[in-house]
Write a protein that binds this ligand. Sequence first.
Ligand SMILES: C[S@@+](CC[C@H](N)C(=O)[O-])C[C@H]1O[C@@H](n2cnc3c(N)ncnc32)[C@H](O)[C@@H]1O
Length: 215
Amino acid sequence: MKTYRDHYFLKARREHYPARSIYKLQEMDKRFRLFRPGMRVLDLGAAPGSWSLGAAERVGPKGLVIGADIRPPATPFPPQVRFLREDIFAKTQAFADMIREEGPFDVVLSDMAPNTTGHRATDQARSAALCGEALALAVSCLIKGGSFVVKVFMGPEVKSYLERLGGLFQQARAFKPAGSRPESMETFAVALGFRGLPPPAAGPLPQPSLPSPPG
Ligand SMILES: C[S@@+](CC[C@H](N)C(=O)[O-])C[C@H]1O[C@@H](n2cnc3c(N)ncnc32)[C@H](O)[C@@H]1O
């Protein structure tokens, strides 16, 4: 166990990432081809900063990564990363404005995790609440065809969450990267090919059909 943890921890330190989580994102990117140069990425739960750094490397200087977290980052970012201190449950107007002005996004990432209590059901419910907020935000700001990657804690809600993703995206599946500790209840939902929101109803309201005149 020690060797396993040390491997990713030491590799992250050697490669100047603030957290070992970078290797989970790299594996998902390799497997699902999440990023291309020039893409716009929203990264929720972005502190200490490994995913934002990794995404910034992949989208390059012409891309954009917006990171948001309650906590501050622990690393300097390149110019294509903008970071906001933000609680996803109490979003500020500045955040909403930035999402509107800088979106839509090609990829929405959420590695958000609650502070765990050790009480499984409580931790799962808190994670599920974060996943719900991340999905609501993703649906509001993804391009058609866009991708959504979200950390989920395995629990009773995961099946219905994946089904919901399956309705909104062309593909949705659970994926546990090698960099995720086997004993951890985290896994990731990877949803590709956002179908887009149905266009708002336009034009006059349909008229109720009148009963035909007698005779
Ligand atoms: C596993 S860490 C993310 C690591 C990050 N992806 C990286 O690579 O550096 C989970 C993060 O979720 C954040 N988080 C938890 N609840 C949140 C909330 N309500 N709003 C925003 N961020 C939240 C935590 O502060 C924490 O930094």
